[in-house]
Write a protein that binds this ligand. Structure first.
Ligand code: URA
Length: 433
């Protein structure tokens, strides 16, 4: 088999066989195919597309390029959740303890943030002492003992995706539904869950900016799940506004704790509880309505927050942070960003909000950047809220005083004011199963 012929076949719009797809993945991972041929092949896929079978087989080949985590030692159905990424998205920290408190094992491998989006692992590391690099044995033992573990992805999880993603990033071939869907799902398949709930974000802070594209991506991933024997459902949720009020690692942990104590912002609670209920439904706990009840009960009874405390203690973190937020790292500078005119907040360019938070130190510009866990933005007002001239819209937390003007100028670009109150949009936009 020659790579040249495979590129030519896809370039001319033909379907690839499983052998050809497997050949590309294994030879590229073994450095037998040069980047220029791989890039030409990815561009051919980008332009001519892949059908459902090809996409499923590409996903499966990428998943099998590295470790396939075996969770069979943990009794029961293991349900995973994946978000396509957003700003202020801390739902894993809320739904993980809720689902575990309802008796369903949560064996969660999560990623770090890059660019304007945050990652669960960085957020957890804001908790003093919390260890996300636990061994596979400890990970499995913790799930068996307390029903939950959250760890960083191992280096050898879907290495083909790592290599291909890096090439797509520099060859304008990221934004293709088959390629995004196979990239995300390959990591999910390799992580070992039996069933998967996808949170596909849509809007200015998301990867997919329109509802139509988000639904297409969700459908493609659900089909991959079905074609590879992992029951998968997707919820398309709003990311035109940051989720909750806090953006930045320790601020987000505090907000997640407040939500687990049933005092969190309404939008964050609604999306997190919906996803938790979908996970419970998928694991066979009963109808969706019944699962919503189970979620409510877990939160109101305090079982969910107790489970989070148990998780923190088990992974070496200071569990006292649950009741004493002063134990989180603190910033030297707090700045109030105020409205220069009165009006209703009509728009928030959420990716720009993410960049403002990154400027303050909360994110990574490159993979090597270090994070300031205390930095971030707390939104006193969000889309739909009325603000008077001089009223505080957001509170900025940073150790980089010199970055405050730049962050304010980004917030000015991001936040639009209007005379009329904008219509309230639903948070849950579609459900695909
Ligand atoms: N996230 C991924 O993991 N892969 C993509 O291709 C896009 C977003």
């Amino acid at each position: 088999m020659r790579m040249y012929d495979i590129i030519e076949k896809k370039r001319d719009g033909f379907e690839l066989s499983q052998e050809e797809i497997n050949f590309f993945i294994s030879e590229y991972c073994n450095n037998k195919i040069p980047d220029y041929q791989a890039a030409a092949f990815l561009m051919a896929i980008f332009l001519k597309g892949m059908n459902e079978r090809e996409t499923a087989q590409l996903t499966d080949a990428m998943a099998h390029s590295g470790d396939m985590i075996d969770l069979s030692e943990i009794p029961g159905i293991k349900v995973d959740k994946h978000s396509t990424g957003g700003v202020g998205d801390k739902t894993t920290l809320i739904l993980g303890p809720i689902v575990a408190a309802c008796g369903i094992p949560v064996a969660k491998m999560s990623g770090r943030g890059l660019g304007h989006t945050g990652g669960t692992i960085d957020k957890l590391e804001a908790i003093p002492g919390f260890n996300t690099s636990i061994s596979r044995e400890t990970f499995i033992q913790n799930v068996k003992d307390i029903g939950i573990a959250i760890a960083g992805q191992t280096g050898n999880l879907a290495p083909a995706d790592k290599k291909i993603y890096a090439l797509r990033d520099v060859t304008a071939t990221v934004n293709n539904i088959s390629l995004i869907a196979s990239s995300i799902m390959s990591k999910k398949l390799a992580s070992g869950a039996d069933r998967i709930v996808l949170d596909v974000k849509t809007g200015s802070g998301a990867f997919m900016k329109t509802l139509e594209d988000s639904v297409k991506l969700a459908q493609a991933m659900v089909k991959i799940g079905e074609n590879t024997g992992r029951h998968t459902v997707a919820v398309v949720t709003e990311m035109d506004i940051p989720l909750g009020k806090a953006v930045g690692n320790s601020l987000e942990i505090i907000e997640a704790v407040e939500t687990l104590k049933n005092r969190g912002p309404q939008d964050l609670a609604e999306v997190s509880f919906e996803l938790a209920a979908r996970m419970l439904e998928l694991s066979g706990k009963g109808s969706f309505e019944h699962c919503r009840e189970l979620v409510r009960e877990a939160v109101e009874s305090g079982k969910a927050i107790n489970k989070f405390e148990e998780l923190i203690a088990r992974q070496g973190g200071r569990k006292e942070v649950i009741d004493d937020y002063s134990l989180f790292p603190q910033v030297k500078h707090v700045f109030e960003y105020k409205a220069d005119t009165a009006g209703y907040i009509s728009t928030m360019k959420t990716d720009t909000v993410g960049v403002a938070s990154l400027e303050l130190g909360a994110g990574r510009e490159t993979k090597e950047s270090t994070i300031d866990y205390a930095a971030g933005i707390y939104f006193n007002k969000k889309t739909g809220d009325r603000v008077e001239k001089g009223e505080v819209i957001a509170t900025l937390y940073t150790n980089r005083e010199e970055k405050i003007p730049q962050a304010c100028s980004l917030l000015k670009q991001a936040i639009g004011l209007s005379d009329a109150q904008p219509e309230k949009k639903p948070l849950i936009l579609a459900y695909i199963d």
